[in-house]
Design a binder for this molecule. Structure first.
Ligand code: TXA
Ligand code: MG
Length: 347
């Protein structure tokens, strides 16, 4: 299949009628799948009401069928078509954070969305992305769009159109290239279907920000306890892994360098995932910085691109610094733990 690349300047006016956006929207209406930029990561979009379109999303990504998709909308009024009710907590969160990196789980109205999109669950995950190109595309096609991250299953999520093409070229109808995404980690997923809201996946909106709006918020037990079964089906899968094994290292940089030197003595080529503050310190085959430790937003924005960059170099093993597990650091550590398969070396 020929994969179209539609370059779009996200700052121009009247994006909804931009020829590139209209072209992509036409493919969506024909139940083809196209990748689109959002403020978090690129998504792979398809008509959420059509089984054929949704099947194409799963096939292109190689995604397990038991992992439901997030439905993207451009207007709050679209909710009533496929959601039974909007609880008060959800309404407050919508007012505060939509459009934005917050996905809310609702009870699903039967018979509207493709059952494949929701993996036969009686709930549905919905978000309104805060990206002019995504919103223009959603408005232009007028459909609710199911969109997981536009990577091959298991790979780091794409933050640039090039990442999408690296994984999915020839497998999808096209990609709307709106440049680099902003937040860099995916949306926070929160379940508002019963009582106290529960965070199922940490992401772009922090627990502190949520609590400021709705009071107490819980976290799915599986986020702390690896043996617990996650409430978001996708959270049980290994994810974000570069080609070489990644180990998180807790301790001073001298300790990390000692590990590097030991592996080099065994004949291995070693990669280091570090930050601007420390990049000059390490001596290894490939030292990559993913942002500034003092501004964790920069780390969130560059983490996946950096993980992918290790695949371009020739390394046998990667050691990574770790980050404070609070604010956006919580989402960063959640993704890093998955990328490392939870392997942590402590001094
Ligand atoms: O930022 C994002 O959320 C990006 C952009 C493209 O919008 N999308 C994204 O989608 O990260 P995906 O498919 O990679 O992750 C969706 C997560 C999965 O962990 C999935 O299991 C969970 O949301 N999920 C979807 N529907 C659910 C439901 N009804 N109940 C619980 N978890 C659900
Ligand atoms: Mg994903």
């Amino acid at each position: 299949m020929n994969t179209n690349v539609w370059k779009v300047d996200k700052y121009v006016d009247n994006l909804e009628n931009n020829p590139q956006v209209v072209d992509a929207a036409n493919f969506l209406r024909k139940n083809e799948v196209v990748a689109l930029p959002t403020e978090t990561v690129y998504g792979l979009g398809g008509n959420a009401e059509n089984d054929e379109a949704v099947a194409k999303i799963f096939a292109a990504k190689g995604r397990p069928g038991d992992n439901p998709l997030i439905i993207h909308i451009a207007d709050r009024s679209q909710l009533s078509r496929f959601v039974t009710e909007v609880p008060e907590t959800a309404a407050k969160l919508i007012d505060a954070f939509w459009p934005g990196p917050l996905t809310i789980i609702f009870k699903k109205k039967e018979g509207v969305l493709s059952e494949k999109a929701t993996a036969n669950l009686d709930t549905v995950a919905v978000r309104m992305p805060d990206h002019p190109v995504a919103l223009a595309l959603l408005k232009s096609c007028g459909l609710p769009i199911a969109a997981p991250s536009a990577n091959s299953s298991g790979k780091p999520s794409p933050t640039k159109a090039e990442h999408v093409l690296d994984d999915l070229n020839g497998k999808i109808a096209g990609v709307l290239d709106g440049g680099v995404t902003g937040v860099g980690v995916e949306s926070t997923v929160i379940d508002c279907t019963a009582g106290i809201p529960v965070i199922l996946r940490p992401g772009g909106v922090t627990k502190e920000q949520l609590e400021a709006v709705v009071g107490e918020v819980e976290e799915d037990a599986a986020l702390k306890d690896q043996s617990a079964r996650p409430k978001a089906p996708g959270m049980k899968y290994q994810h974000y892994a570069p080609n070489a094994p990644l180990y998180m290292v807790a301790g001073p940089k001298e300790f990390l360098q000692k590990l590097v030197t030991e592996k080099q003595a065994e004949g291995l080529r070693v990669g280091v995932l570090t930050t601007e503050e420390n990049r000059g310190f390490y001596e290894a085959e490939l030292v990559l910085s993913c942002g500034r430790r003092t501004e964790l937003d920069t780390v969130a924005a560059a983490l996946y691109d950096t993980l992918r960059s290790f695949n371009q170099g020739q390394v046998d093993i990667i050691f990574s610094e770790i980050f404070p597990n609070e604010g956006v650091g919580h989402a960063i550590m959640n993704r890093l733990e998955k990328a490392a398969g939870h392997r942590l070396i402590t001094e």
